[in-house]
Design a protein around this ligand. Structure first.
Ligand code: HEC
Ligand SMILES: [Cu+2]
Length: 464
C-alpha cells in the first residue's frame, strides 16, 4: 500500500504532543527551579533569560514566517519556466549581518554588565560563610561568629549539611574543597560554583523574599561514589531567628558539658570572657590546603548577653535555649526538602533496644571510642577532630548524612551501626559488631552492640 501522508492528521498529532508536553511541564511543582525570584542574583539571571527567550522567539517566528511564505509563494507550478538564477544581493547581505549584530548588542550589554556585577566582591557588610566540600558532605563555617570554648580555645560556629541564611542580608560564600572538585548549588537561590582545592572561589547573593523557607542544595560536580548523595538544606530565616540560631550554635551542646570533664573555675572564667573580635583573624582552616584565603574584611561578632556564659561545673548547660529559634521547624519543611531515601532492608535494628538507650552511657562511649578520631563535640575535650561533620549540635539538625536521611533515632542507629550500608563509600567506619565493613573487607569484631549503639543514639539525639 502506498504511503499517503495526511498533513491534517500529522498536524493534529504534533499539536497534541506539544500540548501534552507543555501541560506536563506546567502541572508539576518545580521547587528546585532557578525561576524562583528569591535572590538578587536569580532575578538578574531571569532578566537575561527573558531577553534571550523573547529575542529568540521573535527571530524564530520571523525566520519561519519567511520560510513558509517562500515555500508557498515560490512553489513549482505546472508549465512554469525555469526561474531566474541570481548571485549575491548586497542589500540582503548587509541586512542579515546588521540585524544579528543589533540583536547581539541587545543581548550582550546586559549580559556583560551582569557578569561584572556578580564577579565583583560582595558588599563589605555581608555575612561570611565558608563552604568546604568533603567527599561526600558539606561543612559550613561562620567565621564572624566565634566563641571561647571551655578549654580556652577560640572556636567558630561550624555546622554540616544545613545552611542558615538571614533574609535580606547579602551572604558571601567562600568556597573551598578538602579533596576533589565539588560544586555548590541551591537552584532556587542562585547560580552554582565549583569548590576547588588550592583555589578559593566566591559567590554572593541576597535571599530577599520575605518568608522563611527551606531549599534543596546539592553537589553538582561529579566527585565520586556518593556524589548523588552529597546534598544539603538551605534555610532562609528572619534576621532575629538567624541571630537566635547563631546564639544556640555558639553555646556548647546541651548535655555535652555534663558528660565532658568538669570545667575548672579557671577555664570557666575564660569561657565567660566576651567573644573576642580576634576570633575572626584566626584561620579556622589551618588544616586546609595552603593558599586558601578568607573572603572579605573581618567583622567582630556582636556580643550577645547570655552567650558564652559557662554553665556551673558539671551541670547540664541550661542557658542554651535562651533564644527561641534553634532550628528550622521540621513540620514547616516543604515535602520536597524532606529526605525519603529508603532504609537498607538488610540493616536491622530492634526498635525496643533503640528505645532503651541511655544518653549518659552513650556520651562515655562516644568520648572514649573511635568517634574521637574524626568528630568534634565542642565542650568534650577528647573530641576535636575535623575529619567528619561537627557533631556539637547534631541533634538539632533535621537531616543526617548530607541530606540523605531524616535525623531520627531509627536512622541514626543504622548509621552508627553500618554507615557504609547507608551511604556508599562513606568515610566512616562500620561499628556494629557482626556487620560487614567494606573498607577492612571483614566482619566487625571490635565495635558496639546494638544496646551500646542505642546509648550512643540517645546521646547524639540529646546534642541539641
Ligand atoms: C574515620 C572517621 C570517622 C569515625 C571514626 C567516625 N565517623 Fe562519623 N562521620 C564521618 C564522616 C566522614 C561522616 C560524613 C559522612 C557523609 O555524610 O558522607 C560522618 C558522619 C557522622 C554522622 C552524621 C552527621 C551529619 O550531620 O550528617 C554521625 C551522627 C556520626 N558520624 C557519628 C559518629 C559516631 C557516633 C562515631 C563513633 C562511634 C563516628 N561517627 C565515628 C567520619 C567518621
Ligand atoms: Cu559531587
Amino acid at each position: 500500500m502506498p504511503f499517503h501522508p495526511r498533513p491534517r492528521r500529522l498536524a493534529q498529532l504534533a499539536l497534541t504532543v506539544a500540548l501534552v508536553a507543555f501541560l506536563a511541564a506546567c502541572g508539576q511543582d518545580h521547587p528546585d527551579t532557578i525561576f524562583h525570584h528569591r535572590t538578587d542574583v536569580n532575578r538578574d539571571v531571569d532578566y537575561l533569560f527573558k531577553i534571550l527567550i523573547y529575542a529568540g522567539t521573535a527571530v524564530f517566528i520571523f525566520v519561519e514566517a519567511i520560510l513558509v511564505w517562500t515555500l508557498f509563494k515560490f512553489r513549482a507550478r505546472p508549465g512554469q519556466p525555469e526561474p531566474e538564477h541570481v548571485h549575491g544581493n548586497t542589500t540582503l547581505e548587509i541586512a542579515w549581518t546588521v540585524i544579528p549584530l543589533l540583536i547581539l548588542i541587545v543581548i550582550g550589554i546586559p549580559t556583560v554588565k551582569t557578569i561584572f556585577k556578580q564577579q565583583a566582591a560582595a558588599r563589605s557588610d555581608a555575612l561570611q560563610v565558608e563552604v568546604i566540600g568533603h567527599q561526600w558532605w558539606w561543612e559550613f563555617r561562620y567565621p564572624q561568629f566565634t566563641m571561647r570554648s571551655a578549654s580556652g580555645k577560640l572556636d567558630t560556629v561550624v555546622t554540616a549539611n544545613e545552611l542558615y541564611l538571614p533574609l535580606g542580608k547579602t551572604v558571601n560564600f567562600t568556597l573551598k574543597s578538602r579533596d576533589v572538585i565539588h560544586s555548590f548549588w541551591v537552584p532556587a537561590l542562585a547560580g552554582k560554583r565549583d569548590l576547588i582545592a588550592n583555589h578559593t572561589n566566591y559567590l554572593w547573593y541576597t535571599p530577599d523574599s520575605t518568608t522563611s523557607d527551606a531549599f534543596n542544595g546539592a553537589c553538582v560536580e561529579y566527585c565520586g561514589t556518593s556524589h548523588a548523595n552529597m546534598r544539603f538544606k538551605a534555610f532562609t530565616v528572619s534576621q532575629a531567628d538567624f541571630d537566635s540560631w547563631v546564639a544556640h550554635q555558639e553555646a556548647p551542646a546541651e548535655g555535652a558539658v555534663a558528660v565532658g570533664t568538669p570545667i575548672s573555675p579557671d577555664s570557666a572564667a575564660k569561657a565567660a570572657a566576651p567573644r573576642s573580635p580576634l576570633g575572626s583573624q584566626i584561620d579556622p582552616n589551618k588544616n586546609l590546603a595552603a593558599g586558601s584565603t578568607q573572603a572579605g574584611p573581618t567583622v567582630p561578632s556582636s556580643g550577645k548577653a547570655g552567650v558564652g556564659v559557662p554553665p556551673s561545673p558539671g551541670a547540664v548547660n541550661t542557658q542554651v535555649t535562651q533564644a527561641g529559634f534553634v532550628a528550622f521547624p521540621r513540620e514547616k519543611m516543604p515535602a520536597y526538602t524532606v529526605p525519603s531515601t529508603p532504609l537498607p532492608a538488610a540493616l536491622k535494628f530492634d526498635d525496643n533496644v533503640l528505645a532503651s538507650g541511655n544518653a549518659a552511657n552513650g556520651a562515655k562511649l562516644v568520648a572514649t571510642g573511635m568517634c574521637i578520631a574524626c568528630h568534634t563535640v565542642r565542650g568534650v575535650p577528647t573530641m576535636q577532630a575535623t575529619v567528619g561533620p561537627n557533631l556539637t549540635h547534631v541533634g538539632s539538625r533535621t537531616t543526617i548524612a548530607a541530606g540523605l536521611y531524616p535525623n531520627d533515632p531509627r536512622h541514626l542507629a543504622r548509621w552508627v551501626k553500618n554507615a557504609n550500608e547507608m551511604k556508599a563509600g562513606v568515610g566512616m567506619n562500620t561499628f556494629g559488631i557482626g556487620e560487614y565493613d567494606p573498607i577492612t573487607k571483614s566482619t566487625v569484631k571490635i565495635g558496639f552492640t546494638d544496646a551500646q549503639i542505642a546509648d550512643i543514639v540517645a546521646y547524639l539525639s540529646s546534642l541539641k
